[in-house]
Design a protein around this ligand. Structure first.
Ligand SMILES: [Zn+2]
Ligand SMILES: [Zn+2]
Length: 350
């Protein structure tokens, strides 16, 4: 099959033929029809996350936001068969540990991530393990390009905003960083009925945040954002989201909260933080604020999200700004180094 192969850290991906993947007894082979290019791909390509014990074994195939059609199903798979359209959750489990069995497969004791722990969707075919746990039927009404954007950033934002931070209608939500993940958080929080403030340095990203439902935007290049958020929200956000994972956005999110506010950490850190960021702890104690980590979404929660997309209450496709052939995927990763990308770019030609 054709794949864009990572042969070295920060080296251009090489599009070439590799061996077709083998289907396991409990897995399926998905013929990939679309795959979103995510900042997590960039992190992995950049050699980040050694501090949490993650490192690519080279050569490697990236890609964890994909959907497509089942080509083959192993003999132990019960709920899926060849020919079905599916979307694949990136935060995967094996289905039997304490977390999986209580509905939290996104934090499985043996975490599995396509494009990280095994070869992913920068290729025509992916062998997805434990398919009954990790693969979800995709309704006909939702196209592949739109569904690709739901495999990571959108479902991460949905789980974070709805389940972890428990955003309620009328609450103030500040979102720091309006890349693909941040814009997803803006859109989901706005659809939930929250008053959303988007914060970024790039006017084009802030413009997009407005289109996706932010009622205010703050350009942090021009205005000190924590003060602006506290003013706009009459005392601070109920929920502040760090959708980037750099020290500045993380601290700013914490400093934007009102009393008893919740900080939702969605971004993972890069080389300069290496997993550690200082936070205003005394303020947090005295104001009874919480810091909430959130990763991916259990695949079992997909039906709830898919219903909202089918009824167009949520429109993840509105985040997609470009589609590219597999050959261009390397270029898109390189653009991410300077944050030049707007919204979500999806590979849709293999
Ligand atoms: Zn598990
Ligand atoms: Zn991702």
């Amino acid at each position: 099959m054709k794949a864009a192969v990572m042969e070295g850290v920060r080296q251009p991906l090489v599009v070439r033929e590799v061996q077709d993947p083998q289907c396991s007894a409990h897995g399926v082979i998905v013929r990939v029809e679309a795959n979103g290019i995510c900042r997590s791909d960039w992190h992995y390509w950049n050699g980040d996350w050694s501090w949490i014990g993650v490192a690519p074994r080279l050569p490697h195939v990236l890609g964890h936001e994909f959907c497509g059609v089942i080509e083959e199903a192993g003999p132990e798979v019960r709920g899926l068969k060849p020919g079905q359209r599916v979307v694949v959750a990136f935060s995967q489990g094996e289905g039997t540990c304490e977390q999986c069995r209580s509905g939290h497969s996104n934090v499985c004791n043996t975490p599995l991530v396509p494009g990280m722990t095994y070869w992913g969707g920068f290729a025509r075919y992916v062998a997805v393990p434990y398919a009954d746990v990790n693969v979800v039927r995709l309704p006909e009404a939702i196209g592949f390009v739109e569904a690709a954007s739901m495999g990571c950033r959108f479902m991460t934002a949905f789980h974070g905003i709805v389940d972890r931070a428990q955003v309620k209608p009328g609450q103030w939500v500040a979102v720091y960083g309006c890349g693909g993940l941040g814009l997803s958080a803006v859109h989901v929080a706005a659809a939930t009925g929250a008053n959303v403030i988007g914060v970024d340095l790039d006017p084009a990203k802030l413009e997009m945040a407005k289109k996706l439902g932010a009622i205010h935007v703050v350009n942090a290049k021009e205005t000190e954002p924590t003060k602006a958020v506290r003013q706009l929200s009459g005392g601070g956000a109920h929920v502040a989201v760090d959708a980037l994972g750099i020290a500045q956005t993380c601290r700013n999110a914490a400093l934007s909260l009102r009393r008893r506010g919740r900080m939702l950490q969605l971004g993972l850190t890069s080389q300069s933080e290496k997993g550690e960021i200082a936070l205003p702890i005394d303020r947090l104690v005295l104001m009874e604020q919480s810091v909430i980590g959130s990763v991916g979404m259990p695949a079992a929660d997909y039906p709830q999200l898919l219903r909202l997309v089918e009824s167009r209450r949520l429109v993840p496709g509105s985040l997609v700004t470009a589609t590219v052939p597999l050959e261009k995927s390397s270029e898109v990763l390189e653009q991410m180094t300077s944050f030049a990308n707007l919204g979500v770019t999806v590979i849709d030609r293999y």
